[in-house]
Design a protein around this ligand. Sequence first.
Ligand SMILES: Nc1ncnc2c1ncn2[C@@H]1O[C@H](COP(=O)(O)OP(=O)(O)OP(=O)(O)O)[C@@H](O)[C@H]1O
Ligand SMILES: [Mg+2]
Length: 263
Amino acid sequence: MNIQENQPDIAIRTVSLNLWYGQFQALFDVNLEIKQGIITSMIGPSGCGKSTVLRSVDRINERLGYVRITGAINVLDKNIYDVDVDLAQLRKQVGMVFQRPNPLPISIYDNVIFGHRIHRPPGSKLHRDEEDGIVEAALRRVLLWDKVKDKLQRKATLDLSLEERQKLCIARLLPVKPAVLLMDEPCSALDPKGTAAVEDLIWELRGEYSILLVTHNMAQARRTSDECVFMLMGRVMEHSKTDDMFVTPTRRETADYIEGRYG
Ligand SMILES: Nc1ncnc2c1ncn2[C@@H]1O[C@H](COP(=O)(O)OP(=O)(O)OP(=O)(O)O)[C@@H](O)[C@H]1O
Ligand SMILES: [Mg+2]
């Protein structure tokens, strides 16, 4: 694991987080501790607030003028809502993967190096072969290199499968070395083979990144996560080791959900 000794072992900590969309309260007193270096899944019925939590952690919710938040969210012990927080710096630390793979309509190569170029200090420029190395390492990491190495200059939106596009969307986050990867149902647009491949990849990244993975797929949560958070109607109902949650849930609501009685 490449976790440095002086870093806290909690990647994301929310403290009494409440969130309103206009008059509608979507999150109630959410207290979460997402550990570093492991995979935490987040499950719960549609509308319970899973995406809202993720969108709060990289502060994309606030683009909507009518969102109000109270409480705190710490990423690596820094409150991301402090006035001195630089959003560009935050986005470097926190990478987000969405349901629909959304590569930019530029080449595969440029997709992977894009974030790295943006986040470089002004005026600094890397040699082409340094950039080549970064692109190759990221694509190897997501198990895509052999598939695309001969077409790096092809447009990423042209002839990649959905699975390959989603891997590319993960690859393009890696060169800026994010501490946290947020994934909002990253496999829901994929077929079973693509889902298995992306799950394998997420598991590969375990240890090196702290991953918070929203999924509707109970089997996926069970297969791919160390810990699991169950949310219901804007509240965290239960957070425990995944095996414990699925074998001996402590709350009736959790048991009902994982047994498929609602949601
Ligand atoms: N931009 C928005 N404006 C107003 N209300 C919203 C907005 N986004 C989400 N909501 C509401 O907030 C609640 C939580 O939504 P959220 O998208 O976080 O749920 P979710 O758990 O991710 O659901 P799903 O499993 O369907 O993706 C829902 O009642 C939803 O209707
Ligand atoms: Mg959602």
